[in-house]
Ligand binder design. Sequence first.
Ligand SMILES: NC(=O)c1ccc[n+]([C@@H]2O[C@H](COP(=O)([O-])OP(=O)(O)OC[C@H]3O[C@@H](n4cnc5c(N)ncnc54)[C@H](OP(=O)(O)O)[C@@H]3O)[C@@H](O)[C@H]2O)c1
Length: 252
Amino acid sequence: MTTTILTNKPLAGKTAFVTGGARGIGAAIVKRLAADGASVAFTYVSAQSKADELVQEIQSSGGQAVAICANSADFDALKAAIQQTIHSFDGIDILVNNAGISSMKPYDQFALEEFDQLIDVNLKAVFVAIQATAPQMKSGGRIINIGSISAEFNPFPGNSLYVLTKAAVAGLTRALARDLAPQGVTVNNIQPGMIDTDMNPENGAYAAGAEMIPLGRYGKAFEIANMVAYISSEEASYITGASLNVDGGASI
Ligand SMILES: NC(=O)c1ccc[n+]([C@@H]2O[C@H](COP(=O)([O-])OP(=O)(O)OC[C@H]3O[C@@H](n4cnc5c(N)ncnc54)[C@H](OP(=O)(O)O)[C@@H]3O)[C@@H](O)[C@H]2O)c1
C-alpha cells in the first residue's frame, strides 16, 4: 500500500507555468503554488506592476517566481515563454492555462474579429501551451485548464462566444486526458462559478446573480486556487479528464 505523506510544501521541487498570473484567479493560483513549494513562472500582458509586486512578495517569503510578458494570442511569444521556463527550471511539471477574456453582447452584434480574439485567448492558446509543454512532462505531470461553469450552465443572455470557448476547453480536456494518460500526465478542467475579480466583480453588472448561488455569495479567487493546489498534488493522482465545478452550488 502506498501512503502519501502530507507536508506543508507538497510541491517542493516542482515547476509550474501559469498563464495570466498577475491578477485575479491567476494571481491566487501563483501565490498558492509558490506557497506549496513550487517554482512558478507566470505570464502577464498588461499588468506589469502587479506582476512585479507578486514576484517580490513571493521572493520575500522565500519562494521562487518569475514573471514573463507574453500575450497568449501571440502564439510564438507564448511558446517562447514556455521554452524559457523549461530551460531555466529544467522542465515544467504543472501547466495552468488560466488566461482568459470574456465579452457579452447579443449574438448578432459580435464582429468576427471578436470571435477570433476569444477563440485565440480562451481556446487556441490553451492548445498551443499544451503542445509546447506536455511532450517534456514526466509521469506525474499536471495540465490544469481554467474553464467555466458557463460551459454547462449559462443563466445570462449574450454569452454565446465565451460559452463556446469554455465548452470547447471541457471537450479538449477530455480528449487530451486520453492522449496523455499513457505518459502519466493528467489533464483536468476547473470550472469556476462567479468569482470576485476584475472580470466579474461581486458589486458589478452580474451581482444580482449571487441570489442564484446556493451558498449565497460570490467565490474568492483563493477558492479556485485551493482546487488547483489539490489537482497539482500527488493526492489527485487518479483524477483525469474531469471538469470540476467550484461554484458554490450554482450549477446544481
Ligand atoms: N471571475 C469569474 O467569475 C470567472 C468565472 C469562470 C471562469 N473564469 C475564468 O478564470 C480565468 C481567470 O479569470 P479572472 O476572473 O481572474 O479574470 P481577470 O480578473 O479579468 O484576469 C484575467 C487574466 O488573464 C490575463 N489575460 C487576459 N488576456 C490575456 C492575453 N491575451 N495573454 C495573456 N494573459 C491574458 C490577464 O493578464 P493581465 O493582467 O496582464 O492583463 C489576467 O491575468 C479566465 O480563464 C476566466 O474565463 C472566471
